[in-house]
Design a protein around this ligand. Structure first.
Ligand code: KIV
Ligand code: ZN
Length: 507
């Protein structure tokens, strides 16, 4: 395996990424992300951890039934009932994989598991053997491998390979290792453990010291052939290796790394936007590859260079990640054909019925905004997707707000219940206009929720920008992200809250 120059991309956005504090996805949202990951052409999708909750079990099962090309992996502790749950959830997948893990460092074995090395070794072998009875494709991860005694690590890996593991994943669970140290560790494992030449060596790097991508690349130079990570670098604590960064580093520095992936890089930007949209986790503007500024040149010297030749300051073509070069704006004078062609540039191939619907919405927007940019169109398309996704019981019909320095903020809101098609009105005052809106909505939708976060982002620059409202709502331990867009940020806030309530009532 070590001679093969193909790098397998293992996406764990739906498992480790979903473990990020503040993320809660419904099974349909997870399916939508998995569908996009399939278009990105990742090799493996880790769909979840079925034993962790009934919701996770259902999501893994749904993804296994619907997404056929990639391997679908399910995580399990070295606990027999976890392995069983993982198998039941993925057994309908075309290419199922069970991924079992157990703590391997003394720090974790003693303090967390309260066991000894021998017990850990026996549990690992027992559960890999059990997984192997269900499924040919078994991955084993010794958790906290980078802080594990090397002799014990060799023993554990050798035993689990003999028990049937086909991939051995070396996690830098706490993001502790340094690139040169990790390279050494991977080289040592590959050279010293019998059987490593017959299986795939994988790495899973966390970003606590900001080194997850560097460590993943260092592991490739040592012979690792599977890289685990998340879109936008999501994941536990400081996150996992950002897959888009690993992929584009491999692509851009083929000369040095001499490896390749099967990723359709043109889907990177769209995947990043979708994950950010659904999780409610913004992408920082200066984020490598997918940040809003990643291909923008601000200083005069840089602009001068790029005008003369892009190669002066651009190491990647923005088109290679799916950013369209077409930045001309559309306006209310633009026609259906112009809109259709721009949407195609952005990767949206719509039927004529869909174009008609989108054109109506475009016209309304173009009446409010002088210029409609690519970002506005992206926002319009994600808004449509969102309403299809949540198409819930409640719909905002209209809203009137009174507010100002001499006024008691008051909201009057009409909401349609799609189950009986009845429209109800409620009115409330509040400490501010958003508070008044949410109190008015609460009078009609009887679900006790905690509002954990509310924020507004401008989709583009300018006074007439679309406002994107994001709320995080919690109900009995379930967390959802609600979103809504409008040129009026109070209307956007109402839409986001109703979107969140619809998701909670569907959970
Ligand atoms: O970080 C880690 O060690 C993990 C394992 C479950 C692979 O996420
Ligand atoms: Zn992890």
């Amino acid at each position: 395996m070590a001679n093969d120059n193909k790098i397998l991309i293992f996406d764990t956005t739906l498992r480790d990424g979903e473990q990020s504090a503040g993320i809660g996805l419904t099974k349909f949202e997870k399916l939508e992300i998995a569908t996009q990951l399939n278009k990105l052409n990742v090799d493996i999708i880790e769909a979840g951890f079925p034993a962790s909750s009934p919701g996770d079990f259902e999501s893994v099962k749904l993804i296994s039934e619907k997404i056929k090309e990639p391997v679908i992996a399910a995580l399990a502790r070295c606990v027999p009932s976890d392995v069983e749950a993982a198998w039941i959830a993925i057994k309908n997948a075309e290419n199922p994989r069970i991924h079992v893990f157990i703590n391997s460092s003394d720090i974790q074995i003693i303090n967390q598991l309260k066991k000894d090395r021998e017990e850990v070794l026996n549990m690992a072998v027992f559960c890999v053997e059990k997984a192997k009875k269900y499924c040919d494709d078994v991955e084993f991860s010794p958790m906290d491998a980078s802080r594990t005694d090397m002799n014990f690590l060799y023993q554990l890996i050798e035993a689990t390979v003999k028990a049937g593991a086909t991939t051995i994943n070396i996690p830098d669970t706490v993001g502790y290792t340094m690139p040169w140290e990790f390279k050494n560790q991977i080289e040592n494992i590959i050279h010293n453990v019998p059987g490593m030449d017959k299986i795939v060596t994988s790495v899973h790097c966390h970003n606590d010291l900001g080194l997850s991508v560097a460590n993943s690349l260092a592991a490739i130079t040592a012979g690792a052939r599977q890289i685990e990570g998340c879109i936008n670098g999501l994941g536990e604590r400081a996150g996992n290796a950002a897959l888009e960064e690993v992929i584009m580093a491999i692509e851009t520095r083929k000369d040095l790394l001499k490896v390749e992936t099967d990723i359709n890089t043109k889907e990177i930007y769209k995947t990043s936007r979708l994950v950010s949209d659904i999780t409610g986790f913004p992408v920082q503007p200066n984020k490598a590859i997918v940040g809003a500024n990643a291909f923008r040149h601000a200083s005069g010297i840089h602009q001068d260079g790029v005008i003369k030749s892009k190669s002066t300051f651009e190491i990647m073509d923005p088109k290679s990640i799916g950013l369209t070069g077409n930045t001309l704006v559309l306006s209310k004078l633009s026609g259906r054909a112009g809109l259709k062609s721009r949407l195609e540039d952005l990767g949206y191939n719509l039927s004529s019925e869909e174009i008609n619907k989108t054109f109506e919405e475009f016209k309304i927007l173009a009446d409010k905004k002088r210029e409609v940019t690519n970002q506005d169109l992206e926002s319009l398309m994600s808004n449509q997707k969102r309403s299809e996704r949540s198409s819930g019981q409640f719909e905002l019909v209209s809203i009137d707000i009174e507010s100002g320095s001499n006024k008691n903020p008051t909201a009057k809101i009409d909401i349609k219940n799609t189950q009986n098609n009845k429209i109800k009105r409620s009115t409330s005052t509040g400490t501010g206009p958003v508070d008044a809106i949410y109190k008015a909505i609460n009078k009609q939708i009887d679900l006790k929720v905690i509002l954990n976060e509310w924020r507004i982002e401008a989709v583009t620059e300018g006074i007439d920008a679309i406002g994107d409202a994001i709320v995080k709502l919690e109900h009995e331990g379930s967390l959802v992200v609600g979103r809504g867009s409008d040129t009026d940020i109070l209307v956007a806030s109402a839409k986001a809250y109703i979107d969140g309530l619809n998701k909670l009532s569907n959970k």
